[in-house]
Design a protein around this ligand. Structure first.
Ligand code: 4AZ
Length: 851
């Protein structure tokens, strides 16, 4: 065991450190120095998850000031020498000038007059030549004070370990500092020095924890000269501002500095212990720097019996600590479900986020019209938690500072009078860190939130799947808005429900699952109004506030981080135009499960015919009249419409929706049978990446658009195929089909080799994509033709009158079907339809609307 451990340390003592001592041979001068006291706090009295230190309990702790404030910690190792971390002083590979720094010794609280505190200028900062960044090791620095500190009860040096010193894994040591008490949460006034007990972790165990990737696929290679201290379950740790400070361990009544606070991944996170620069391997480097100065640090020898273990087995398996939050016996049985009962008010639903704190919407208690109404008498408030025999009492109410006017911050935290035992029933839900990225397709559920809605409801049924960030952002976002990339908090979260949501005004919170653990991902966004799918405000932006107030909420790392190509894809995406009623014509890329055409509907007529249709609004599909009505028939046949299907390939159920057609609407046509019919659906279809309305464009084809005929290769498998086409000018089209065209009919020319792509009987669709990226519906093939399309043009007024929610993009280009100046056709054109040589000839003569 011992051998295993010793090996890397020996290598490290010889190779990376310039001038390393091969062994510690005491010089006479050194023996004398042993008499200089080190590592002894005054015998009288004596960070993340830490507590206030007592004055004089860590007399070697110093505060390093730059620009008038505390930046880093350090330790006094001799009257004129302070040990700290290199990364405190190196910026962009350059060492900051020593003159800009000052060292404060004997500080307890950094607030107020600093009575009795010694302040020293820094004469020199020394950093190992091989230092480049904290993650690459050698993160230590020596500061030579311009004048020596005067030693006393509040200012004393710590002992330094020799290279041969072994700190046994599992030893309880102490880290101290004035750093943040949680990530991005500074130590509050009066800035009293914090202490925290940390256990030394074995090298293999630490490496194993850091080898597990986190968000952004982060892993980290522990290097020689580093050591880890903390707990697999996190919660106690060093944090920003503690850097450079000491990690000290007591041995035989003296305190030795085992490590220098260097870095870590976040602070207090599970499986992410703090990383320290090990001091012992740098004995030689330290001695070399201080050699010849009038005061030198003390390296007392370690008593031999302490040099033997317990040592970690090199091949020890590390156990990843699982989250302590977000575990539900089954979906819908939420052990964090809290109900706040306030006399005279409806019960308010919220979530337990730690053993003492419940998160609930502020709107349950605060009047939105008054900005700073004090909380009512809390004595009569009660909180019901699952499996608790009695209701809990409430000690404190902390509203979010924007709770009264910003509904994205409609939150209050309620502190319980007594913490609940989390091993006996109630459990907290996990909360996301700000950089959390809920993957598209994440499995989510809704949970009751606030005071609306039924007292007991079908929460377990409301299963939802998270839509891609791009899609959600663009459905609600402005044209040209940049989609937040992964790692940046999204503006909204959109779930697509598996069962369709009931129409009620209840408010919900959104819970999403990662590796079996539930996160409170969002709270209901009422501002989205009638837009669908319902959007949720992401809770991740509130993580720091909740963490700050509760000092113990279960902020949890991302557990699923296989972002695939979706993450990259979102980075550069910009939103296409959005209409009054939400987005239209958006095609998520990459398409979910091969669903390239979310507007394309399968129209099943009376069980025998199947043809294409197109969703023009959540409750309306446009189809060819010849498909839905038999000549001479006056009755409405039984028609079913399916969306979210990609041919015969089975898709997850949640992607498919079907509706019955309850009426067929036809525009008035004088004596003629109109080519297009509107099918009214039995209920609206909630937008999702697999079922979304197409855009319409006044005047037909938008300027600069590229156009496609979309149909099925054959009627059996119904796999959609698209063929690129050009649109012939109206004049040319009329000349080719003289006398047989009804108004609004348009001709296409297939790109070479694409002519036979679509099955004619299915009534293929003509779609164009605008330069802005939106897809626009232009027409449906007239019966029996692949080249002629009946457009919406002449029926625009009827369409927008019948379907108020149809999305017309702003006009661009000139209307296609307006008569053109000349009715003259080139000679012999009549009857030339289908003749490709004639068409090509005309192509040369007539400008095309580009396809
Ligand atoms: C820092 O930024 C820092 N949890 C220091 C220590 C740790 C993380 C960050 C360890 O200085």
């Amino acid at each position: 065991m011992f051998q295993h451990l010793l090996l890397p340390l020996v290598i490290l003592a010889i190779s990376p450190i310039p001038g390393a001592f091969e062994d510690s041979v005491l010089s006479p001068a050194q023996e004398e120095l042993e008499d200089l006291d080190c590592g002894h706090p005054e015998p009288s009295d004596r960070i993340v998850g830490g507590s206030d230190a007592r004055p004089r309990s860590w007399p070697w702790q110093v505060s390093l000031h730059h620009g008038g404030g505390h930046i880093c910690g350090g330790s006094l190792i001799a009257p004129s020498w302070v040990l700290s971390a290199a990364h405190c002083f190196v910026n962009n590979r350059t060492l900051e000038p020593a003159a800009e720094w000052s060292v404060l010794l004997g500080v307890h609280s950094q607030d107020g007059t600093l009575d009795g505190v010694q302040v020293r200028a820094v004469a020199a900062i020394l950093v190992p030549d091989n230092y480049s960044s904290a993650e690459l090791g050698a993160d230590l620095a020596l500061l030579r004070l311009a004048s020596p500190a005067s030693l006393g009860p509040a200012v004393r040096p710590v002992c330094l370990p020799r290279a041969s010193h072994r700190f046994a894994y599992g030893t309880a040591c102490w880290a101290t500092g004035w750093g943040d008490v949680q990530e991005k949460d500074p130590l509050p006034l009066p800035w009293v020095l914090q202490e925290v007990e940390l256990r030394l972790l074995g090298e293999a165990a630490c490496q194993c924890l850091y080898s597990r990737p986190g968000p952004f696929n982060l892993t980290f290679q522990l290097l020689p000269g580093m050591l880890c201290a903390g707990y697999p379950e996190g919660r106690r740790d060093t944090c920003q501002g503690d850097s450079g400070g000491p990690l000290v361990c007591e041995e035989g009544g003296r305190w030795f500095q085992a490590g220098i606070t260097s870095f870590g991944f976040g602070c207090g996170r599970r499986n992410r212990p703090g990383v320290f620069t090990a001091v012992a391997p740098y004995e030689a480097w330290i001695r070399e720097q201080v050699m010849g100065s009038e005061s030198e640090p003390v390296f007392p020898s370690q008593s031999p019996e302490l040099q033997s273990g317990p040592w970690e087995l090199k091949d020890e398996n590390c156990t990843i600590t699982l989250p302590e939050c977000g575990k539900a016996p089954q979906p819908g049985a939420w052990p964090w479900e809290a109900q706040v009962m306030v006399p005279g008010s409806k019960p308010c639903h919220g979530a337990l986020v730690s053993e003492s704190w419940v998160l609930v919407p502020a709107s349950c208690f605060l009047d939105p019209r008054s900005t700073d109404r004090p909380p009512r008498d809390l004595d009569n408030w009660r909180v019901l938690l699952p499996s608790r025999p009695r209701p809990e009492q409430v000690a404190r109410l902390v509203p979010h500072k924007n709770a009264s006017w910003d509904d994205t911050s409609d939150l209050v935290l309620l502190q319980l009078r007594a913490p609940v035992n989390l091993s006996l029933g109630p459990r907290p839900v996990c909360l996301p860190h700000p950089e959390h990225y809920f993957l598209p397709g994440s499995r989510c559920r809704l949970a009751r939130w606030g005071s609306g809605g039924p007292a007991s409801g079908p929460t377990a049924l409301l299963e939802a799947e998270l839509l891609s960030g791009w899609w959600c952002h663009c459905l609600y976002g402005r044209q040209g808005a940049l989609v937040p990339p992964p790692g940046h908090p999204p503006h909204k979260l959109c779930p697509a429900y598996r069962e369709e949501e009931e129409e009620n005004e209840s408010s919900w919170s959104l819970l999403c699952q990662e590796e079996g653990t539930w996160f409170l991902a969002g709270i209901r966004d009422f501002s989205s109004g009638c837009l669908r799918p319902r959007a949720f405000h992401p809770l991740q932006t509130h993580g720091p506030w909740i963490g700050h107030v509760t000092q113990g909420a279960y902020l949890e790392d991302q557990l699923a981080w296989d972002w695939g190509s979706e993450g990259e894809e979102t980075e550069t995406q910009i939103c296409p135009p959005r209409t009054e009623h939400g987005a239209c014509g958006l095609r998520p890329e990459p398409a979910p499960m091969g669903l390239l055409w979310p507007w394309m509907a399968e129209v099943h007529v009376a069980g025998d015919r199947v043809c294409t249709g197109i969703l023009v609004a959540p409750g309306w599909v446009l189809a060819a009249t010849h498909c839905v009505l038999r000549p001479g028939s006056t009755t409405v046949p039984y028609i079913e419409v399916y969306l979210g299907r990609a041919g015969a390939s089975p898709l997850p159920q949640g992607q498919q929706v079907s509706r019955l057609v309850i009426s067929i609407r036809l525009p008035r046509h004088l004596g003629l049978r109109p080519p297009l019919a509107l099918l009214e659906l039995s209920s609206q279809i909630e937008p999702s990446p697999s079922a979304l309305s197409i855009c319409l464009h006044p005047g037909g084809i938008p300027l600069g658009a590229s156009c496609w005929v979309l149909g099925w290769k054959d009627p059996q498998d119904r796999v959609p195929v698209a063929a690129a086409v050009s649109i012939l000018t109206s004049r040319l089209c009329h000349c080719l089909y003289q006398g047989i065209l009804t108004p609004g009919t348009l001709c296409v020319l297939y790109a070479e080799g694409q002519e036979d792509r679509c099955e004619v009987a299915s009534a293929p669709l003509l779609l164009c994509q605008t330069e802005g990226g939106s897809w626009v519906f232009v027409g449906i093939a007239v019966q029996g033709s692949r080249e002629l399309f009946a457009t919406t043009g002449p029926e625009e007024a009827w369409l927008s009158h019948t379907v108020g929610e149809a999305h017309f993009l702003p006009p661009s280009g000139s209307p296609y079907w307006l008569p053109e100046g000349s009715n003259l056709c080139p000679l012999d054109m009549a009857g030339a339809s289908g003749s490709s040589s004639a068409v090509l000839f005309l192509l040369l003569l007539t400008p095309l609307i580009q396809g």
